[in-house]
Design a binder for this molecule. Structure first.
Ligand SMILES: Cc1cc2nc3c(=O)[nH]c(=O)nc-3n(C[C@H](O)[C@H](O)[C@H](O)COP(=O)(O)O)c2cc1C
Length: 346
């Protein structure tokens, strides 16, 4: 079924087919039609960051940037959906074209640049919903905000979404907002994260509800840099690390007509780099913090590979574009088998 839809959708410009798919999914959930394609995969729940996840397979950030279709996407079986990246104010992102498919490589290059409708729209969408899985909200900064002023943007988003999110992710690893990735290093990281951790603690004290904070990092780091980031994040008492975002590397796609497009590369070519980051993090952290593995999952076996490297949960983006709901079910079944064998479930 998805193969048919895909051959149709892949005839359109990538961004047009993206918008079209989200519109159809969003409309189906507003009309109460998700039961037509809903899929409830039986799986062992896993507890990560103090949250019970119905299964270990999530939708990565960036597909549903405005939370317009997360209930319908959730109905496809995802145990969790991460909406965003949302910024305080709506912004249009980079000029089009800014999204490129590389089907020969099962890959995507994007330089969207955090196009989104802003945090007020997001809050209106998530304040009441009927998604039974776990809802993560991924936050960032506006393009017009300087890197030095970034903390205020992240804080503004966190304070607005915290009542409605199951967890929040600070995205400091998009390659498409100039300077953003510099926030991963040195004093900048601690200075960005400390006020967010304080704010979520304040919220927990006032409302008796703990909302975990995750930080999403890039794959383009040396092992020493990965370990330094991990140490800072442990010191800052965050709750999880999401590894990884897209890569700037083009080694795997050299010669492709789109290889030299600026932006982040995702899908199969980022798989090994992402898994490497997960492994280095997990070996270094020794279970001090859970890691969520994302990057290049195109099969159930790829999802299990992330868990073998130490990830407690996985997320998918590009694989979902290429393989659709079938990949979600395959990944749930495969990771559930791994979780049972290794007694990792709740
Ligand atoms: C078109 C596109 C847009 C994305 N937008 C975001 C985003 O807004 N925020 C974010 O944290 N990650 C974003 N990502 C990165 C994905 O969440 C994911 O980390 C990355 O693509 C690697 O996973 P994959 O190989 O399964 O796609 C985006 C990826 C793609 C392809």
């Amino acid at each position: 079924m998805y193969n048919l839809a895909r051959s149709l959708l892949f005839k359109f410009d990538p961004e047009v087919s993206h918008e079209l798919s989200l519109d159809v999914l969003g409309a189906s959930s507003r009309l109460g039609l998700t039961s037509l394609y809903a899929h409830d995969e039986a799986a062992t729940p896993v507890n990560v960051m103090g949250i019970d996840f119905p299964n270990a397979v999530g939708l990565a950030a960036g597909l549903d940037k405005n939370a317009d279709a997360f209930e319908a996407l959730g109905a496809l079986g995802f145990g969790f959906v991460e909406v965003g990246t949302v910024t305080p104010k709506g912004q249009s992102g980079n000029p089009k074209p800014r999204l490129f498919r590389l089907p020969e490589h099962e890959a995507i290059i994007n330089r969207m640049g955090f196009n989104n409708k802003g945090v007020d729209h997001m809050v209106a969408r998530i304040r009441k919903h009927n998604y039974k899985g776990v809802l993560g909200v991924n936050i960032g900064k506006n393009l017009a905000t300087s890197v030095e002023g970034a903390a205020a943007d992240y804080l503004a988003c966190l304070e607005q979404v915290i009542p409605y999110a199951d967890y929040i992710t600070a995205n400091i690893s998009s390659p498409n907002t100039p300077g953003l990735r510099s926030l991963q290093f040195g004093d900048s990281l601690a200075e960005l994260i400390a006020p967010l951790v304080e704010a979520k603690q304040r919220y927990a004290d006032e409302h008796g509800r703990r909302v975990p904070l995750a930080v999403k990092i890039a794959p383009d780091m040396s092992d020493d840099e990965i370990k330094m980031v991990a140490d800072t994040l442990v010191d800052q008492k965050i709750d999880a690390i999401i590894a990884t975002n897209t890569t700037l590397s083009r080694t795997a796609v050299i010669g492709h007509e789109h290889a030299n497009e600026a932006g982040g590369l995702s899908g199969a070519p980022v798989r090994d780099a992402s898994t490497h980051v997960v492994r280095v993090l997990c070996d270094h952290l020794q279970n001090e913090l859970p890691v969520i593995g994302v990057g290049g999952i195109l099969s159930g076996a790829d999802a299990v590979e992330k868990m073998q490297a130490g990830a407690k949960l996985v997320q998918i983006y590009s694989g979902f574009i290429y393989r659709g709901p079938e990949l979600v079910h395959e990944s749930i079944t495969a990771t559930d088998g791994y979780i049972r064998e290794n007694h990792l479930g709740k």
